[in-house]
Write a protein that binds this ligand. Structure first.
Ligand SMILES: *[C@@H]1O[C@H](CO)[C@@H](O)[C@H](O)[C@H]1NC(C)=O
Ligand SMILES: *[C@@H]1O[C@H](CO)[C@@H](O)[C@H](O)[C@H]1NC(C)=O
Ligand SMILES: *[C@@H]1O[C@H](CO)[C@@H](O)[C@H](O)[C@H]1NC(C)=O
Length: 163
């Protein structure tokens, strides 16, 4: 996962170095991952958690946004550098015409049955594997056909982060 993400980031930054403006390079960002990239899916699913109030978000947003950070995440800096809006969380977000963020705090790349089968202790681990996020992505593409058209005809940034 990290390898794929790095490849895409290199593409994004080469694009920034070119003569084009950022948003001309990439019309949308779709993000998958865990708390490193979650911009609100977790707290929009589980209200009133430890990250639902200050000091989370205190330095930049001045309120808790669901980011596991006091400020912006790497995905926020990428969006701003490309001239795109901050990537809205799929859960509770509204306008996904410039992208959507499916990353979910505590998510794993593999599902828990697979991890348990490898002998790992999965007690208390969030069961929110990448496949669930891909299912959400496919649901979004079905509900917004123009987005699917955009993705098939242009390059978009797909950003993955899983520990
Ligand atoms: C949120 O959680 C805290 C701590 O568990 C509790 O004191 C508070 O009443 C909760 N607030 C809401 C709106 O549920
Ligand atoms: C969604 O955002 C795009 C670009 O930011 C804008 O052109 C469009 O009108 C918005 N759609 C709605 C329904 O707000
Ligand atoms: C598995 O993890 C849970 C939660 O961290 C812990 O309570 C439990 O002791 C662990 N079990 C083993 C066999 O290590």
């Amino acid at each position: 996962m990290a390898f794929n993400a790095n490849l895409l980031l290199v593409t994004a930054f080469l694009c920034l170095l070119s003569v084009h403006h950022g948003s001309a390079c990439f019309p949308a960002i779709f993000s998958f991952g865990d708390s490193l990239q979650d911009t609100g899916n977790f707290i929009n699913t589980f209200a009133n958690t430890t990250i639902s109030k200050l000091p989370w978000g205190i330095t930049y947003f001045h309120k808790a946004t669901g980011r596991y950070s006091d400020g912006r995440l790497i995905i926020d800096f990428i969006a701003q550098a490309l001239g795109l809006p901050l990537v809205p969380p799929y859960q509770g977000g509204r306008n996904f015409s410039r992208g959507a963020n499916f990353a979910f705090g505590g998510a794993t790349a593999q599902d828990l049955n697979t991890l348990a089968g490898l002998g790992l202790n999965v007690t208390g681990i969030m069961n929110m594997p990448l496949q669930v996020q891909i299912d959400w992505f496919q649901d979004l593409l079905k509900s917004v056909p123009s987005l699917a058209g955009k993705i098939s005809t242009t390059e978009v940034v797909i950003y993955l982060s899983f520990r």
